[in-house]
Design a protein around this ligand. Sequence first.
Ligand SMILES: [Zn+2]
Length: 85
Amino acid sequence: MGWANYLGHAEFPKGKLNEVLADKHGTPLTNNALNNHIRHAKGWAMVEAESNRRCLVLPLHRFQKGIGDRTCEEHGIRKVKHWQP
Ligand SMILES: [Zn+2]
């Protein structure tokens, strides 16, 4: 799970996750197959309930060393202004 940002959100361009999870022949998953994968992952608590094809949300208690942004377009999370010293 090397993709998630500081919030534990891992955004994917449309269709990208289908490619990432392609089968052994390199054929991208259909959206239906991908939805099934995500549903199972939610069932196993590997990803949070708000995860979808465009953004996987990792449980933060497993993801305490996040790096990068604290934003997520898919979930409408915008960067808050930081106090600049
Ligand atoms: Zn998100």
